[in-house]
Design a protein around this ligand. Structure first.
Ligand code: ATP
Ligand code: MG
Length: 321
């Protein structure tokens, strides 16, 4: 099976500091993969290694089955790769259209007008095609970067926060475009701090913090395994036979809040808490979110780091005593 991206034991250090720490994962063709993590987690550093802006200290990278450490393969790998950097690069004096033409030429595509027009249309840049880059707004510049990354119809697209600074309407149209690219079997790795959008868009999620890949799984699985469903119930009469339960979060006369794992049905949890269904006037059910799952993974990691550093401190103290 074709593997658009394979990363094995990737480590990138800046001096003694490990910005990416022994990360391994693979992407499947046509999937949208979200690499999520707090500021400074190592997302951009990892992507910079994939596009050869940074040289890893250790590990293997294969782009569309070509190994980046082999000089002969780098050019071929780059022709399969589209990249939108986090920082907007300003090409000042050229026009939007010229940038796309120059970049096509750089990649060896001399006649690319149809593709360029298509991208200008799809990214709402057509009316700005003759403007110089310095005359574009921040959001337009970012859309130009995206158009530029796609002039050669790459098999693997890396989007490092493509929607930062882009207004809501264009963000939505951009994500629609990403879904279309997926249908054409383009594989997409993206980073974003908009977790609601990642939840809607990404087939799988990897969570990275302090350079370590903490968790990788299907988006729906992460949510169902790591989060709780929250149910607000309004009763006709004050409940008489409530049972003690960890799921019961608050009881305020006839208003009850229950949190329970997604493996349980509403009926099962009501029975286990002792609520008579005939007494229910209304209920609201809120599913867990990717944000809940993400925070849980980060908190769990922070606690385990805390525990191990406490242990070290204790050991050091014991040693000193
Ligand atoms: N050139 C560099 N020299 C030294 N340290 C660096 C360099 N580039 C990044 N770092 C450090 O590596 C760590 C990871 O940075 P990186 O830019 O990869 O984070 P990020 O996950 O992309 O964060 P953000 O969400 O803010 O974009 C940070 O601590 C950062 O300060
Ligand atoms: Mg970054």
């Amino acid at each position: 099976m074709f593997t658009p991206l394979k990363i094995k034991n990737l480590t990138k250090c800046y001096g003694d500091f490990k910005a990416v720490d022994d990360v391994s994962f693979e992407l499947k063709q046509g999937e949208i993969f979200g690499l999520l993590g707090p500021n400074g987690a190592g997302k951009t550093t990892l992507i910079s290694c994939l596009v050869t802006l940074e040289k890893p200290n250790e590990g293997l990278i294969q782009i569309c089955e070509k190994e980046l450490s082999k000089a002969a393969d780098v050019k071929k790998a780059k022709s399969d790769l589209g990249y939108v950097p986090q920082e907007v690069i300003n090409h000042g004096y050229f026009t939007t259209r010229e940038i796309l033409k120059f970049y096509s030429g750089y990649l060896g595509i001399l006649k690319n007008d149809d593709r360029i027009d298509y991208l200008l249309e799809r990214l709402s840049l057509y009316e700005h095609r003759n403007k110089k880059v310095k005359q574009l707004s921040g959001g337009m510049k970012r859309r130009l970067m995206i158009a530029k990354s796609l002039v050669h119809s790459p098999k693997l697209l890396l989007l490092d926060e493509p929607t930062a600074g882009v207004d809501i309407e264009l963000r939505n149209s951009l994500w629609d475009f990403v879904k279309e690219l997926k249908k054409e079997k383009t594989t997409i790795l993206l980073t974003t701090h908009y977790l609601e959008e990642a939840e809607e868009l990404c087939d799988r999620i990897g969570v990275i913090d302090k350079g370590k890949l903490l968790k990788i799984d299907e988006t729906s699985k992460l949510i169902s395994e790591l989060t709780f469903r929250k149910m607000h119930i309004k009763l006709k009469d004050s409940p008489k036979n409530l049972k003690e339960s960890d799921y019961l979060k608050s009881v305020n006369d006839k208003d009850i809040v229950i949190e329970f794992p997604s493996q349980l049905t509403v009926g099962q949890v009501m029975t286990s808490v002792g609520i008579d269904l005939n007494n229910v006037v209304d209920l609201q059910l809120k599913e867990g979110s990717l944000e809940d799952a993400f925070l849980k993974i980060l908190n769990h990691n922070a606690m385990s780091i805390g525990k191990s550093s406490n242990k070290n401190t204790n050991q050091n103290l014991t040693g000193a005593l």
